[in-house]
Ligand binder design. Sequence first.
Ligand SMILES: [Zn+2]
Length: 184
Amino acid sequence: MILTHLFLSLGKMARGDTSNTKKQLFFTKPLEKIIIHWIGPYPSHTPLVVRNWWENGSDGRGVRASAHFIVKDENILQCLPLNEIGWHSGDARNHNSIGIEIIPMNIAGEFSQTSISTLKELIQHIRKEAGKFLELERHFDGVQKKDCPRFYTSITNLVGVEHRFLNPEGGQQRWEILKGFLDS
Ligand SMILES: [Zn+2]
């Protein structure tokens, strides 16, 4: 894993600044979870493209979305310090979780083997920094039931994706296998 950081700017919507967005900046509850997402379906994006979208949006103010890390193959871009709240899960989990976005290798949302290895190392790094075991969850496991990360959920109704990826049990099974590997 190659970990670099380029933190989002204070005062931008993606990061928050108590003086102008009234967003809470720091965690006040103990961390409990790590939440996995996909950037999709955009396999050709780089971590920097994603980070700069959060930072700037279409009008330079940024968008109300962010996560702590963006992973693509061996590269990890850290966008938020580990003691700050990100805006990724769409529910209260933002207040006790670290968010990780993975750029998939295809439009189905499949993670490359290299990304999966990097993700495993990153999870170990975060748990070490946190000094405790943080449970892995998907964005899908929250209130929104969003199809994220789509390839690893039961919602896989994507046009143009090979039939073998379309069975609902498959997505759930793929998540259980992935989670098992990441926790091992
Ligand atoms: Zn997500």
